[in-house]
Design a protein around this ligand. Structure first.
Ligand SMILES: [Fe+2]
Length: 316
């Protein structure tokens, strides 16, 4: 029985040696500054959450993740879990209440409710005449304004670890995550190298995955992932980051098999990979967990297959 059922990823916390360089990258990536203090940067998306990405000033490192729950009753449940803090008032921009835990890797996991909600930001109007609805913008021309992607929300994180399937159990037990898909190698169903897990919101449909553990030589964050508005928005963002000429592209554009998102991956100035995606598979509690070979599950439906560099990538 899980201690709590989280409803979504709220944000990831990174530490970076320069808030200026962090902000420059995240603006190019398509976020908007929500707040900045002397030693921390809070970036938002177009959805109302106060922030979806936090950067603390200091040597590059991955600090941890924060998930949402609906209310304080849920936090009370989690506060009884082994190693959990009591309920804390969050003393930083965006406020809210939280419970903190240390995960099996030593990363800080937070679960919060009551984050400040801001007005949603305007987005490009982008109806598409396609398939069985060729008249979504009958008589109206598409003229997309070039610029960064318009990141909507924080979506998921992938953590590299050893014995990924075992490690995933801790997150499932604490946060109520459920398995969507696991992949194995060498034709051996016991050699699971990645576990894709989603939130349990009962009948409500959620993203195919919110937290992934992947097997690898190092321990750290493989990537943080953010939902873009749509496929055009992913492509506009790709072009805009490419034009900057200073950020390393990691993988994409393509369409995943597991989750089916149209994706694009970029390194921040310290090699922490940030993903844009649009068009996820949406599942509810009735979807069964699947086990499939890695060459099938980690492939792309179109676009290049995953380069070895991203498969083996992790930043502690
Ligand atoms: Fe991803």
């Amino acid at each position: 029985m899980a201690h709590v059922k989280v409803t979504d990823l709220a944000f990831g916390r990174l530490q970076s040696p320069s808030l200026d360089e962090a902000e420059e990258f995240l603006l190019r990536f398509g976020m908007v500054r929500a707040d900045r203090t002397a030693d921390a940067l809070y970036m938002r998306g177009t959805d109302p959450n106060h922030h979806i990405h936090v950067t603390h000033l200091g040597p590059s490192r991955f600090i941890g993740l924060c998930f949402f729950v609906d209310d304080e009753d849920q936090l009370n449940g989690l506060a009884k879990a082994p190693g959990a803090t009591g309920i804390e008032h969050v003393d930083e921009p965006g406020g809210g209440k939280r419970v903190r835990l240390t995960d099996p890797h030593g990363y800080q996991m937070e679960v919060m409710c009551g984050m400040q909600q801001l007005a949603a930001l305007p987005v490009r109007d982008n109806p598409v005449n396609t398939g069985d609805n060729k008249l979504r913008r009958a008589g109206v021309l598409t003229r997309l304004q070039r610029g960064p992607s318009q990141v909507k929300r924080a979506a998921h994180a992938m953590i590299m670890t050893q014995n990924a399937r075992e490690k995933m159990r801790w997150y499932r037990e604490m946060f109520g995550l459920v398995c969507s898909d696991e992949v194995y190698v060498e034709g051996d169903k016991n050699k699971v190298i990645a576990s894709f897990n989603r939130c349990d919101r009962g009948e409500t449909y959620v993203d195919h995955h919110t937290l992934v553990c992947i097997e690898g030589p190092q321990t750290g964050i493989n990537h943080l992932s953010f939902e873009a508005q749509n496929i055009d928005d992913v492509m506009l963002g790709h072009q805009y980051l490419k034009q900057a000429g200073k950020y390393k592209h990691a993988w994409g554009v393509g369409r995943h098999v597991l989750g089916s998102q149209v994706f694009d991956y970029w390194n921040d100035p310290w090699g922490r990979v940030h993903e844009h995606w649009a068009d996820s598979d949406m599942l509810n509690i009735h979807a069964p967990a699947n086990l499939l070979p890695a060459e099938e599950g980690l492939d792309s439906q179109w676009g290049e297959p995953a380069p070895q560099e991203i498969i083996a990538h992790a930043v502690p």
